[in-house]
Design a protein around this ligand. Structure first.
Ligand code: BEZ
Ligand code: FE
Length: 278
């Protein structure tokens, strides 16, 4: 029995129609339709598909408990950011825009006092104060909100990437907003850094003429009972790579200035808005 390309797609989709779980059925049938459409559109050759299989195999073989090459693939294809926009962006809610979590978040950071430093290891980074107010969407300050913050050191690495050099809790901390909804954190200016590029994803970046750099940023998770939790970043306006962040995480509203204060220390002011839980 000969079959056209489109008939074959229809047969596979039909075979999945008995999937008992309705959501799994929807996802697998749609995946097959889009996967087949992709191969038909580019007229994928035998050799190209074999190269694709080899690439996916190498990506899997690169993964272990700490190295998640498939997540890097998702990140560099903009897929992680797409899933984030689908699930967490609500322009009408007027809340601070979210962006991706990334692989370097470590829960249970030390709870630090208002204004306390999260620098536990001096690598010559430029001193900075990161501060602002957390409000609801009507502009009312939210006291008692939790900010969970993490960033890289002047070496370009997060503490979790340099366990023999940086203390585990360096440049990580949880801060609670004061009675006026304010937070204040002593830190160092973040620097741009390359995502791990010594695996298949790095090769793909190279083959497609792309770089592996992220624009300098501080990660922030903000939460308060009764409000939608936020996972976001603050980007340094003077950073390189704002226009070409390799994981597509930059949003204009998340770019902030680092400006010298009266004592010469850099200050980054960034207010955060949380939406009520839906
Ligand atoms: C990060 O911002 O920490 C990150 C995000 C995606 C890939 C690698 C790092
Ligand atoms: Fe990061």
């Amino acid at each position: 029995m000969s079959m056209t390309e489109d008939e074959l797609t229809a047969v596979v989709v039909d075979r999945l129609s008995a999937t008992p779980d309705a959501r799994l059925r929807e996802i697998t049938q749609s995946l097959v339709r889009h996967l087949h459409a992709f191969a038909k559109e580019v007229r994928l050759t035998d050799e190209e598909w074999f190269t694709g299989i080899q690439f996916l195999t190498a990506t899997g073989q690169m993964c272990d408990d700490v190295r998640q090459e498939f997540i890097l693939l998702s990140d560099t294809l903009g897929f992680s950011s797409l899933i984030d926009v689908i699930n967490h962006s609500d322009v009408e809610a007027l809340a601070t825009e979210p962006t991706i979590l990334g692989p370097f978040y470590v829960p249970e950071s030390p709870v630090r006092e208002f204004g306390a430093s999260m620098v536990e290891y001096d690598d010559g980074g430029e001193a900075a104060v990161f501060r602002g107010v957390v409000t609801d969407t009507a502009g009312n300050p939210l006291s008692g909100a939790m900010l969970d913050v993490w960033q890289n050191a002047a070496t370009g690495f997060y503490a979790v990437q340099q366990p023999d050099m940086q203390p585990a809790t360096n440049l990580r901390g949880r801060y609670i907003t004061d009675e006026n909804g304010r937070y204040e954190i002593r830190t160092v200016r973040p620097v741009p850094y390359p995502i791990p590029a010594d695996g298949p994803v790095g090769k793909l970046l190279g083959a497609t003429g792309r770089h592996e750099w992220r624009a300098a940023h501080i990660h922030v998770k903000a939460s308060k009972d009764g409000y939608e939790p936020l996972t976001s970043h603050v980007f340094d306006r003077e950073s390189d790579y704002l226009d070409s962040d390799t994981v597509f995480g930059v949003k204009d509203s998340l770019i902030a200035d680092f400006i010298p204060g009266p004592d010469g220390i850099l200050v980054c002011e960034h207010d955060i808005t949380l939406a009520l839980l839906k």
